[in-house]
Design a protein around this ligand. Sequence first.
Ligand SMILES: Nc1nc2c(c(=O)[nH]1)N[C@H]1C(S)=C(S)[C@@H](COP(=O)(O)OP(=O)(O)OC[C@H]3O[C@@H](n4cnc5c(=O)[nH]c(N)nc54)[C@H](O)[C@@H]3O)O[C@H]1N2
Ligand SMILES: Nc1nc2c(c(=O)[nH]1)N[C@H]1C(S)=C(S)[C@@H](COP(=O)(O)OP(=O)(O)OC[C@H]3O[C@@H](n4cnc5c(=O)[nH]c(N)nc54)[C@H](O)[C@@H]3O)O[C@H]1N2
Ligand code: SF4
Ligand SMILES: [Mo]
Length: 701
Amino acid sequence: MKREIPTFCRVCEPSCGLVAQVEDERLVGLAPDRDHPVTKGFACHKGLAGLDVHRDPDRLNHPLRRTDKGVFERAHWDEAVAAIAGEIARLRDRYGPDSVGTYIGNPSAFNTTVAPAARSFLSQLGTRRTFGSGTQDCSNKFAGSEAVFGSSTIHPVPDVEHTDHLLILGANPRVSHMSFFSIADPVAKLRAIRKRGGTVRIVNPRRVEPEGSSVGEVVLIRPDTDLYLLAALLHTLESEGRIDRERLAAHGKRVEELFEFVRAYPAERAAGITGIDAETIRQLAREFAAASSASIHMSTGLNMGRQGTLCYWLVHMLSFATGNLDRRGGNLYATGFYPAAKAGRIDPERTYFDSPFGRIRRVRGDWPGNLLPDVIEADEDPLRALVVISGNPVLTVGGEERMRRALEQLELLVVIDLYRNATGEYAHWLLPATDMFERPDINLCGLGMQQQPFVQYTDAVVPPQAERKPEWWALARIEQALGMKSVLDAGEEPPLFQRIDHMLAKSGLSIEGLRALPQQTAVLPEPETGRFFDEWIQTDDRRVDCCPPLFREALAGAEAICRELEAEDEGQLKLITRRDEHMHNSWYHNVPKLKGRRHRSNPLYMNPRDAEARGLGEGDVVRVASDSGAIEVEIAFDDALMPGVVALTHGWGNAQTPGMSVAQAHPGVNGNRLLPIGPGSFDPLSNQAFMTGIPVDVVAV
Ligand SMILES: Nc1nc2c(c(=O)[nH]1)N[C@H]1C(S)=C(S)[C@@H](COP(=O)(O)OP(=O)(O)OC[C@H]3O[C@@H](n4cnc5c(=O)[nH]c(N)nc54)[C@H](O)[C@@H]3O)O[C@H]1N2
Ligand SMILES: Nc1nc2c(c(=O)[nH]1)N[C@H]1C(S)=C(S)[C@@H](COP(=O)(O)OP(=O)(O)OC[C@H]3O[C@@H](n4cnc5c(=O)[nH]c(N)nc54)[C@H](O)[C@@H]3O)O[C@H]1N2
Ligand code: SF4
Ligand SMILES: [Mo]
């Protein structure tokens, strides 16, 4: 008999409600959940293709061991656990706990039981060498909010239901469905702003919306220059007397230092760097200040530039200085079911330490991902064992060749994944993980970032196939084998959701309580105004730090980068990333239906004008070279791109991934070979890798 079980998607932030069709304990279909109280029947085709991932014949179904001959052979879980624990114990005893580390990838953010399991494992082991996808994604946001609001968990989101004006920088709402701003069907939400007479502006090097779109107008910007646009917006507002001085005086500090910084970047100067004319910049500033309420959102296009932390700082400042922070229709801190502001409270100064790679810091515990190869290949005290959980650093971090060489040096590499991915090729042990339909969960990832907060619980909708196991179980077994404490000690019912239950209690909820609700979902009140400055902000004096002393060096660096950009050759091409609906970072590449005729590889997108200027035609094969590497790739014309900007879709490059046959048959190229890696290739304030605005040359082959 077919049953329909409400659950939710755990691929990206909106956590769209899905209905799983289950027959004889097998998942046979997926549909958007029209009865979901918040996501209301929205789901994208990646979410729905979760069924194909679930049933993919290439899925890892059993632990695999790599033999001396380099082939993978099936092993028992008991064997795998004993061998992995034995090797970890040997390395720890001989070289100390820091010889063992982890890389935790993006899908773990949507897999609630991974973080506590990893924390338990790492703290009992005593290692501090942790890496993750956060430093390729968003660690500038953690660092920025730490410095300005005293907490890495405060990210005021646009009050999209009430705002009259929304300024979006470096995001592609239609394709990517937002990050650090959890809303389902973002395009509909943006359209609604326009419908009620408001405005939406999108700042991007690519016209991410078709011309004449009902969503918003795109202002084209040169990549990696947004800091100067944001500074010029604030400068314009200050010189035109449009700053809410009262608000700044009541709740801010070091306000004068902020304006001192932005005064160096009047609209005329910013125009030369950003490619946006000065009058448009002033117009952008005025419309933001004049709107009865205005909100702002920035995403990975800015995160991945060289100054992502400073950009986030000025984004917060634009909101604060115009009186829109904590105002209805402005940016609001959404507490959701649990106010986590305090949990992210930290004094960033204390996270810095001296390393063989210079003075660096940890951000939310993590080292810079771009140092992973250096740490593995260090002469002194190298990392010798790495456990990768739902990550694929070979393809998602910069410098593929460097990463491959380094992974070969490891004495132990354990990869816990759905697939034998590109990174898994180097694994000594591959452990098969359950997917989102095979494990219970709640949508914790959206906490603090949902414009309409809701919390949903789901059971596993089907039992795990074959020998797939949840990550927490694999780690707990290894803990047991190492003689450590583990959640399995509790017997039949491991306390996996104990901490979550504790958090839920803050809103009078519990997992049991959620289970009894329709869709197992509680809809929570929309974010309130009026408590931010008294209750949520976490700086010692409860003031917004408008110019954190920690930024001093970076601010001097901003001027140096500005001069460098001013001196740059007009024709210098810059590389950016272009996500599309047929991929999800590196992991939807094995789904045949996402590899239709036009999606079998990832071309270099180029504005036809730039191509013609180089005598290049569509389909020509070119060599793209940066200071860090070179690739050969076909050209596709894209007149939505600003001239001078080229784009690649990331996550491709599976020619050496035999474990994913569909992906290998349509390998594409890994544009991350063009990105820098190693010391100097990340923002020292945040560890965020430099991944956009990379200077490249393109020549015919
Ligand atoms: N050039 C360029 N590079 C980029 C980016 C870019 O915009 N441009 N984006 C960056 C960003 S934002 C991110 S977040 C990173 C992502 O980087 P990573 O996190 O390193 O990689 P992902 O491609 O997300 O894939 C993670 C792996 O998780 C596996 N997986 C999926 N679900 C599960 C699960 O439930 N359990 C387990 N154990 N495994 C699972 C998948 O099979 C896949 O192999 O890439 C970054 N890289
Ligand atoms: N289909 C699909 N959806 C996804 C993902 C995916 O891989 N595929 N990945 C998920 C993940 S992990 C994340 S983090 C989110 C990311 O969500 P978004 O941040 O919205 O990611 P993108 O769609 O890459 O949009 C970034 C935009 O920044 C622009 N850009 C590049 N450089 C600059 C710059 O210097 N300045 C400005 N102003 N803009 C710039 C690019 O043209 C691009 O349109 O998406 C999530 N959703
Ligand atoms: S938008 Fe994200 S959460 Fe929603 S269905 Fe698509 S992949 Fe899943
Ligand atoms: Mo991401």
